[in-house]
Design a protein around this ligand. Structure first.
Ligand code: AMP
Ligand code: MG
Length: 391
């Protein structure tokens, strides 16, 4: 049994970054950038008014200032301003030559028909100086960045309309278990619904992969082999749920080996999810997750997501912060690192959620974080700082 840190290292070390492709900007959302992107312009591209008001010389305040023109956003100013002069200016417009500040319209009052008076003692400059955010050639985004709305906006602003992004990994998902029925069926006396199937598909898609679901494989070597063979031929990664433990009908490890997969580990010192299995083939990868849904969820967070991001060239560093426990915490066995459902309040305090074990999906359903309890630690006092990871 290896530690979580060792398992993560193995998984990341074996991830070969997929080849990149250029895509239209809109399609780059939720993808991982595969190139450094420089700015093709200064930002802002000119000295820009940050407020609606009057562009003038600070030395001339409080005025009166003679209004000699109007500058609209999108139209260059007709000329500059001289001593005792100002131009009415709109937010986003080019500051006319000669002006060194913009006084806000709210702090002016008319002084005759074509002049204004400043009504305050002092003013901010209210000018965004050319190039103060970015100068031409600056790298605005680095390769490995996940592209969200704010990055899409930044790419648009520097004219990067066909960014180079990592190819999305194709992931085949297989559920295993004779007891499983699809969620739209009423389970028979010894059956349960497969919650992992859709949970895994969504969880993996959230990381930016393309998912194909192969249904439920029966606990029978030949049936499993047929599905695994097909999924391997059609995907970069195959993720299986169930069938990796020590039961008489847990055929996943043997099936993977039979299909040329070299199993690099088959148990990790993490609770829940010990029998998590990782294997590598010539051009494919397999991850076998234990069937209990909380184990599946936790291991997908801890290992599957970082691995998928690594295939896309992204170093995934989810937020992990230390927060005080709202109540004491105790557990019977401390032989593994624990990741348990918890609720972090606005005050920053962490409350462990009542959790009955790895089948208790309802406990993660109402959690907003996983709380990490280190290996060898059986208890924490109220107020002790624990590591929490938002989910
Ligand atoms: P296994 O890992 O196959 O030994 O399964 C462990 C437990 O998880 C058993 O109680 C299974 O019934 C349950 N389980 C297995 N697969 C799923 C699934 N797809 N959805 C929900 N529970 C499952
Ligand atoms: Mg099973």
């Amino acid at each position: 049994m290896i530690t979580y840190e060792e398992a993560l290292r193995i998984v990341l070390d074996h991830a070969r970054v997929l080849e990149p492709e250029r895509v239209p900007l809109r399609d780059a959302a939720n993808r991982v950038l595969a190139e450094d992107v420089p700015s093709d312009i200064d930002m802002p591209p000119f000295d820009k008014a940050a407020m609606d008001g009057y562009a003038c010389r600070r030395a001339d305040l409080p005025g009166p200032l003679r209004v000699i023109g109007v500058v609209q956003a999108g139209r260059p100013p007709a000329g500059g301003i001289g001593p005792g002069e100002c131009m009415k200016i709109m937010t986003g417009a080019v500051v006319p030559p000669g002006a060194d500040c913009v006084i806000m319209v709210e702090y002016t009052e008319p002084a005759g028909s074509s002049a204004v008076h400043f009504t305050k003692r002092d003013t901010d400059t209210n000018i965004c100086v050319r190039g103060e955010d970015t100068t031409t050639g600056d790298i605005v985004l680095r390769r490995g960045t996940r592209i969200g709305p704010q990055q899409i906006g930044l790419l648009a602003s520097v004219g990067c309309v066909r960014p180079l992004v990592a190819r999305r990994p194709r992931v085949g998902v297989i559920a295993t278990g004779d007891e499983l029925v699809e969620p739209d069926r009423q389970p028979g006396p010894a059956e349960i619904r497969t919650s992992n199937s859709v949970q895994l598909c969504v969880h993996i898609e959230e990381a930016g992969a393309i998912v194909a679901y192969y249904g439920i494989a029966r606990d029978e070597a030949d049936a499993l082999d047929t599905i695994v063979r097909r999924a391997l031929s059609e995907n970069d990664v195959v993720v299986l749920s169930g069938g990796v433990s020590m039961g008489d009908f847990d055929f996943v490890p043997d099936t993977l080996r039979k299909n040329g997969i070299d199993i690099l580990f088959d148990s990790v010192a993490v609770k829940p999810g010990k029998p998590t299995t990782f294997g590598v083939g010539a051009s494919t990868y397999c991850i076998g997750l234990p069937g209990n849904p909380v184990s599946t969820f936790v291991q997908c967070e801890l290992l599957v997501k970082p691995f998928l991001y690594a295939l896309m060239g992204r170093e995934y560093a989810p937020a992990l912060f230390r927060a005080p426990l709202a109540t004491p915490y105790r557990r019977k066995k401390a032989d593994r690192q624990g990741w348990f459902p918890a609720s972090v309040a606005e005050s920053g305090e962490v409350t462990p959620i009542d959790y009955h074990g790895p089948a208790h999906l309802g406990a993660v359903g109402c959690a907003n974080a996983l709380m990490m309890i280190p290996r060898g630690v059986p208890e924490f006092e109220k107020g002790a700082l624990v590591s929490v990871r938002p989910i």
